[in-house]
Write a protein that binds this ligand. Structure first.
Ligand SMILES: [Mn+2]
Length: 195
């Protein structure tokens, strides 16, 4: 099996994102997006998925946080898609719960090749640090689109929005770790024989 390591750059008039991703890493992450809470979430995602990730973004934060949050997620999703190649030998499905104190999140993922995101985080605040709460859900949606995955993320309970969001990223990390891992069958896990 070839190494599942990808370097990816994405530059637009709004953002410039550079990243390296190793799906078979140890969980080492260096994330500098200019949005502290997004750094915290993507670091947690990489850590618990056991991806090695360096991600740097120079975005138009003078506008707001939207382009940066979206484009970082699109870049990461694209890198996951590229690193998976034809998705041969992977488990494809993953599901996990993650608690963070009083909060509990569930993620179910299918590396289906068909982008879909069903996201219910139930966040009540306007912002978490410099990240608008509406963009937390948008990050999951963009990740699903660019990685060509079906992603269902639900926060089942929780009082604190920082905890709710962080539990959602941790559950997604654990589900992704499972889905991208290899099983004993060196085939493409689909009745269509393609993903
Ligand atoms: Mn935290």
């Amino acid at each position: 099996m070839s190494q599942r390591i990808v370097s990816y750059e994405r530059e637009t008039a709004e953002t410039a994102v550079r990243l390296t991703l190793n799906l078979d890493g140890r969980g080492n992450a260096t994330v500098e997006t200019g949005i502290g809470f997004l750094d915290h979430m993507l670091t947690a995602l990489a850590r618990h998925a056991r991806f090695d990730l360096t991600l740097r973004c120079r975005g138009d934060l003078r506008v707001d946080d939207h382009h940066t949050a979206e484009d970082c997620a699109l870049a990461l999703g694209t890198a996951i898609d590229q690193a998976l190649g034809e998705r041969r030998g992977v488990r494809r499905f993953g599901s996990a719960y993650a608690p963070l104190d009083e909060s509990l999140a569930r993620c179910v993922v299918d590396l289906s090749g068909r982008p879909f995101a069903g996201i219910d985080l139930g966040l009540r605040r306007e912002m978490l640090g410099e990240l608008a709460c509406e963009n937390v859900g948008h990050v999951f949606g963009s990740l699903a689109m660019a990685s060509r995955s079906t992603l269902h993320v639900d926060v089942l309970r929780g009082d604190n929005d920082h905890h709710r969001a962080e539990a959602a990223f941790k559950a997604t990390a654990l589900a992704l770790r499972q889905a991208v891992s290899f099983d004993a069958f060196d085939d493409i896990p689909s009745t269509k024989e393609t993903l």
